[in-house]
Design a protein around this ligand. Structure first.
Ligand code: ADP
Length: 497
């Protein structure tokens, strides 16, 4: 692997700092003094030392968020116009610092700096601005009561109020973007927040916390606790937290549902996936092949939407497999800070082991390896994009979420067959359909049990488009106006005159 290009001084200074916890507007040492390190997944070198929040810190942060919410002059009481300005300003600050944030993300997560700059950072800034618009539009309804048929007998209306103190727990694949998906709507709705970034990638969230302070968010409204799974678990169990928003594995998602039962917290979950893309024989292959490849290889497959099952109509099967394999072979893999890199390393040695394990299982189950399959080098967690054929539905590579650049290419004959096979999973996050036949495109979209269906594209997300899972891929939606339901509750007011 090439050596990383030199890193900008501001970013280097940031990584060298001792990272503390943001509680009630102050950067504080963890009560128990614990720390953990983050590593650059391209070099395996230590990048930063970060505070490990314990249960005492969780208590402090929750108390601060509680006060900032409950106070008579708290965040929820600030006018929508004022909240909107502050949330908008966060978006602007992210945009102004996008180069620096992208470099930091690349060092911490491994992804190519150019992709972090043009995708993650742009989307994060846009998302804050989109959500800022909603702060002034959180309206209820007037309700015509069925029990009082004559006008003037009663007056009833609904008010939309923020849910309260929100714990937000996020993963390592799109660190700043996942933080933005969660923090922006919560602040826009008037909730107060405790954010727990993933232990592998806390750095951009920590930098974002400084920008949130700079934007003028009052003390205690936004708090950040870095730590491991235990920190997240303590937040989920805390009796003074009103809601948990979680993105991560389905297994941890289920444990969160159980742990939230104590005070019946509201819970939204964005969990795993085993998405399918479907290429029909009339598709424009010049578009379909790169999109189907990107659907699984984007972000080195570390996407909950990764389309790791690629269904191809039999008459074009060989051509599409050859095309996707060619993409796999020609992706430029390298250190994320090298501007030439198109794909970085996996996040960690654990993830490298996990993905390698799936590849090994595919081989020993009898699938045919068309390309890829091996680790690259012995430093950094690099792996080749991998294409399997001759897989079958009982093989783990066709059933389980891999979270790596590994795809099973599966032939199909009919519309009915592909819909049935694509739906044969307990996940339901996303799907892709490639065809020029309008009727078939929308019929397929209507029958696929997934929260998002892309037609002749893939992974096209937008702040206005709701995102979330069917089946075991999650509860609730992020983004769009639907996310407001996650952070607001409805009060009905009924007066008999
Ligand atoms: P992955 O296996 O991909 O790392 P996880 O679901 O384990 O995904 O982690 C996603 C986020 O959830 C991280 O921020 C992690 O620290 C946190 N986490 C892990 N275990 C728990 C738990 N039991 N309760 C709450 N948060 C947790």
């Amino acid at each position: 692997m090439p050596v990383a290009t030199p890193v900008d001084g501001t970013v280097q200074d940031f990584t060298k700092r001792t990272h503390r916890l943001l509680i009630d507007g102050a950067w504080v040492e963890p009560a128990e003094g614990g720390t953990f390190v983050t590593r650059n997944p391209a070099t395996e070198e230590e990048l930063s030392s970060v505070a490990l929040a314990g249960s005492g810190d969780v208590d402090r942060a929750v108390a601060a968020a509680r006060r900032a919410f409950d106070d008579d002059h708290g965040w929820r009481t600030i006018s929508g116009a004022e909240r909107s300005k502050i949330v908008w300003r966060i978006g602007e600050l992210i945009e102004q610092h996008a180069d620096e944030l992208a470099l930091l993300e690349s060092l911490d997560n491994g992804k190519p700096v150019d992709l972090a700059r043009t995708i993650d950072m742009v989307f994060a800034g846009d998302l804050f601005r989109y959500m800022a618009g909603w702060s002034t539009k959180l309206e209820g309804d007037t309700i015509a009561l069925s029990s009082f048929p004559r006008p003037g007998q009663a007056h009833a209306y609904t008010v939309r109020e923020p849910v309260g103190v929100v714990a937000q727990i996020i993963p390592w694949n799109f660190p700043l973007l996942m933080a933005s998906w969660k923090v922006a709507p919560a602040l826009a709705c008037g909730c107060t927040v405790i954010l727990k970034p993933a232990e592998q990638t806390p750095l951009t969230a920590l930098r974002m916390a400084e920008l949130i302070q700079e934007a003028g968010v009052p003390d205690g409204v936004f708090n950040i606790l870095t730590g491991e799974g235990e920190t997240g678990a303590a937040l989920v169990a805390h009796p003074l937290v009103d809601k948990v928003a979680f993105t991560g594995s389905t297994e941890v998602g289920k444990s969160i549902v159980r742990a939230a039962a104590g005070n019946l917290k509201r819970v939204t979950l964005e969990l795993g996936g085993k998405s399918a893309s479907v290429v029909y024989d009339d598709a424009d292959l010049e578009t379909a092949i790169p999109n189907a490849a990107n659907a699984v290889f984007a972000n080195i497959g570390e996407c909950c939407t990764a389309a790791s099952r690629l269904y191809i109509q039999r008459s074009i099967y060989d051509e599409v497999v050859a095309g996707v394999s060619e993409v796999a072979r020609t992706i430029k893999i390298g250190v994320g800070t090298d501007p030439e890199s198109e794909m970085g390393p996996l996040i960690s040695s654990e993830q490298l082991e996990r993905v390698s394990g799936f590849i090994e299982a595919g081989r020993s189950d009898g699938a045919e390896l068309v390309t890829g399959g091996s680790r690259i080098g012995d430093t950094g967690y690099f792996i080749e994009p991998t294409v399997f054929t001759k897989t079958s539905p009982e093989m783990s590579i066709e059933r389980e979420e891999i979270f790596g650049p590994v795809v099973s290419a599966i032939p199909f004959d009919s519309f009915e067959e592909v819909v049935e096979r694509a739906n044969d999973t307990h996940y339901g996050l996303a799907a892709g359909v490639f065809t020029h036949d309008l009727k078939r495109a929308h019929q397929t979209a209507s029958l696929l049990r997934a929260g998002t269906v892309w037609i002749n594209t893939y992974n096209h997300n937008d702040p206005a488009l709701p995102f979330g899972g069917y089946k075991q891929s999650g509860w609730g939606r992020e983004m769009g106006h639907e996310v407001l339901d996650a952070y607001l509750q409805t009060k009905a007011v009924c007066a008999v005159l």
